[in-house]
Design a protein around this ligand. Structure first.
Ligand code: ZN
Length: 110
């Protein structure tokens, strides 16, 4: 199932739980390690949201930076993709701290 379809499903579940009937806007956090192609997600979302509670909803993407802890030089470093080497010491012993998120941060609903 595509990400856009799972998003709609998630919104429908939330609508039942929180009793709203329409989504006006949603903010989605996406990290660089989530491997999401943002333009194609926007496009798919628009297509699959038709005739659903999220029809005409605005999808705002919040890009979360990738961060890792380097076991080589014991520093917090920026990473742009999974299996990047440490930009400081070149080590591959990195523990991802942040950057693989794909989650709904906020909803504006009716
Ligand atoms: Zn390092």
């Amino acid at each position: 199932m595509s990400i856009a379809e799972s998003l709609i499903q998630l919104l429908e579940e939330q609508a039942l739980a929180q009793q709203f009937s329409r989504v006006r806007k949603l903010w989605l956090e996406i990290g660089p390690l989530a491997s999401v192609d943002v333009p194609s997600l926007q496009f798919c979302f628009e297509a699959v949201s038709r005739h659903t509670l999220a029809e005409a909803a605005v999808l705002e993407i919040i890009e979360v930076p990738g961060l890792a802890w380097c076991l080589g030089c014991e520093a917090r470093v920026d990473i742009h993709q999974r299996f990047d080497a440490c930009p400081k010491c070149g080590s591959y012993r990195l523990q991802v701290i942040q950057g693989d998120e794909l989650r709904v941060k906020e909803l504006e609903v009716d």
